[in-house]
Ligand binder design. Sequence first.
Ligand SMILES: NC(=O)c1ccc[n+]([C@@H]2O[C@H](COP(=O)([O-])OP(=O)(O)OC[C@H]3O[C@@H](n4cnc5c(N)ncnc54)[C@H](O)[C@@H]3O)[C@@H](O)[C@H]2O)c1
Ligand SMILES: O=C(O)C[C@H](O)C(=O)O
Length: 329
Amino acid sequence: MTRTPVNVTVTGAAGQIGYALLFRIASGHLLGPDVPVNLRLLEITPALKAAEGTAMELDDCAFPLLRSIEITDDANVAFDGANVALLVGARPRTKGMERGDLLAANGGIFKPQGKAINDNAADDIKVLVVGNPANTNALIAQASAPDVPAERFTAMTRLDHNRALTQLAKKTGTTVSDIKRLTIWGNHSATQYPDIFHAEIAGKNAAEVVNDQQWLADEFIPTVAKRGAAIIEARGASSAASAANAAIDHVHTWVNGTAEGDWTSMGIPSDGSYGVPEGLISSFPVTVKDGQYSIVQGLDINEFSRARIDASVKELAEERDAVRELGLI
Ligand SMILES: NC(=O)c1ccc[n+]([C@@H]2O[C@H](COP(=O)([O-])OP(=O)(O)OC[C@H]3O[C@@H](n4cnc5c(N)ncnc54)[C@H](O)[C@@H]3O)[C@@H](O)[C@H]2O)c1
Ligand SMILES: O=C(O)C[C@H](O)C(=O)O
């Protein structure tokens, strides 16, 4: 049976992440090996030519699943009929720049894009915000899209999740496939909390396997939480291929589900679970089935975890208050 193509909109298509992302979407890694896609690329006017260059390369790959490419600087055109939207285009953080500085710069991007999604996207639209500060940018876009169910706006913490998997596998001499039920809580920022207390390594409790509280507090958590800054320091630019890979993972899981017995981390609107104020877009442990995610309930949160979750959620609440002051939500 021939499947109807899925419309995938990517903003910031001419940027670094865009370049690492588009070829994987077109080759079937985002939605599956039998799902054709129409790509819609949104860029600012001066970057349209570069986006056209990328589109020429996409054509030259002769991807069987790629049905069409449209390039535009008009958000209403880009989101027309969109089923999946990857909001990547943003002002990237550069050396020495604080995340707070990004709020105002990025609000001007995500407010109109949220409205364009509201007015033009397909009824089943799923939105992933990658552009930083991702959680709060997602909140801004969501606030401008009152007709879209709030839970369709998500923010990316899958890169943090993947980073944590690798650090834990290295420490324990295992592989990432041995690890299940790891969680990133809170904000995609240095306050995020990678939690191994409920994680399992080859069926055993990860915190017990590690059995090294000092490593957990002084190495693992800071390494994962500050990895983005470390990459910027080393490359002189923010992570691109790993961020694109995580965006693929996030949407693939959202569409195709989590594996039995495992969960993933997604930045999603809080329903008040685990004391996270309702409405904040915060990272939680989630399972996904039939395209719907649910927060994993009933986990015991110890004192160590509670303090760290609370600190990251406090930062999210401050970011929300700041964008509220700016009239962005
Ligand atoms: N959530 C995460 O885990 C994560 C990880 C890495 C990077 N990021 C963030 O992703 C974003 C993009 O990173 P990058 O390295 O691709 O940056 P980049 O500067 O290479 O590309 C950004 C692109 O966005 C475009 N753009 C700017 N305003 C736009 C608008 N209004 N509409 C459409 N396009 C617009 C720019 O022209 C540029 O081509 C940054 O905010 C970065 O901090 C997030
Ligand atoms: O762009 C950044 O600030 C870093 C990025 O979010 C990352 O985690 O690599």
